[in-house]
Design a protein around this ligand. Structure first.
Ligand code: AMP
Ligand code: AMP
Length: 337
């Protein structure tokens, strides 16, 4: 019997995949769009219902309608970014995920403590710019998509580059890790206590991914261009197989640690964003406690999900399957908040 509940999400980020996965598992689907952004959801035919609102400020106005439809909300980064985590905490519509985690994810310092207590390497933080003794990346709080980050190689360089920014802006000075960025996509099921690796991606970021296309001489001629990390797209990746044991281990550690401060802990999809050095050391610079858009290349499943499931299994579909299983076995209290 198909589930009588519906799956709802906001139209952006990974909504196409979430809705398609929900349909594949037999759910009805609803997408909430800001006026003018409906076309992809119409064209790709993933939404049974499209609800248009004027702005994300109006989301609460349609909540009663969603509750009546027995809708279950799947959060993603755009949803959290546009709503703000405090508003999300107060929503009454059933929500897939542990809302207690949102605070930890939103705060870089809390994230850092979480990762460190999980026994994971994190980039060194310079408390004072005068301590910069190797390349550092300066990240402004709330910088959307890495716009306005800059790199400084010593205190003098920092002071010079900082002149272009307002004094009251908050920022963090992080050691710049030289290696390759890898985004690992996990899924943890509280129903079966299984941790899965579903896929990996690498990012296509503007303008940093184009700087390497011009020679060093021409880069110097463009002296005023600072790298930015604005996300434009995601590319599929498989990792060297001997890295997998360690990647499973750190994923598991992050889940176990979260149980200590936000019971029952992190579950569902999450991602560890890391740089891997040439000596294979893994340094994690961020954690995303929900579906990441880097899973979008795998609407039809990834090499890893194919190994595990033998059927097309996107992260969106994996979420829907978890919800279906919880509904069938009367365990929704374990996954809906
Ligand atoms: P958007 O709805 O596209 O404006 O995205 C909102 C936020 O979600 C952005 O600031 C990004 O941090 C994140 N995001 C959106 N798309 C992607 C993507 N393809 N890969 C990684 N992060 C993304
Ligand atoms: P974030 O806004 O923290 O997601 O970072 C945006 C991008 O900056 C990432 O995708 C990485 O390519 C790069 N990045 C962030 N932190 C570091 C770091 N500590 N070392 C090297 N690259 C970094």
């Amino acid at each position: 019997m198909p589930p009588t509940n519906k799956i709802v999400t906001i139209g952006s980020h990974s909504a196409l995949q979430i809705l398609k996965g929900a349909k594949d598992e037999g759910f009805g689907t609803i997408v909430v769009c800001v006026k003018g952004t409906e076309e992809p959801y119409r064209s790709f035919k993933v939404a049974d219902t499209i609800i248009s609102i004027n702005s994300y400020n109006d989301f609460e106005k349609i909540q009663d309608q969603l509750v009546k439809e027995k809708a279950i909300l799947i959060p993603h980064a755009s949803f959290i970014a546009y709503m703000g985590f405090e508003r999300v905490e107060h929503l009454k519509i059933p929500y897939f995920g542990n809302k207690k985690i949102l605070r930890y994810e939103a705060d870089r310092n809390l994230q850092r403590v979480w990762l460190k207590n999980s026994g994971i390497n994190v980039p060194h933080i310079f408390k004072d710019y005068r301590d910069i003794d190797r390349s550092a990346i300066i990240k402004f709080h709330g910088a959307k998509g890495g716009l306005g980050y800059f790199i400084a190689k010593n205190p003098h360089d920092f002071k010079k580059k900082m002149k272009g920014y307002q004094k009251d802006q908050r920022y963090v000075i992080q050691e710049y890790i030289v290696g390759v960025p890898v985004y690992a996509h996990y899924f943890y099921s509280p129903l079966t206590d299984e941790l899965e690796i579903l896929s990996f991606d690498k990012r296509y970021e503007s303008n940093v991914d184009s700087l390497g296309r011009i020679s060093a001489r021409d880069q110097l001629a463009l002296a005023n261009v600072d790298p930015s990390y604005v996300i434009i797209g995601n590319m599929p990746l498989v990792v060297r197989e001997s890295l997998l044991p360690k990647l499973f281990e750190i994923g598991r550690n992050v889940v176990e640690e979260s149980k200590k401060f936000a019971s029952p802990g992190l579950f569902g999809p999450f991602s560890l964003e890391m740089i891997i050095r040439p000596d294979m050391e893994i340094v994690v610079f961020e954690i995303s406690a929900r579906i990441v858009a880097g899973t979008n290349p795998y609407v039809f499943g990834s090499p890893y999900s194919w190994l595990r499931y033998n059927e097309p299994m996107s992260t969106g579909r994996r979420i829907a399957r978890e919800i279906k299983r919880a509904l069938q076995t009367k365990q929704t209290h374990k996954i809906l908040y």
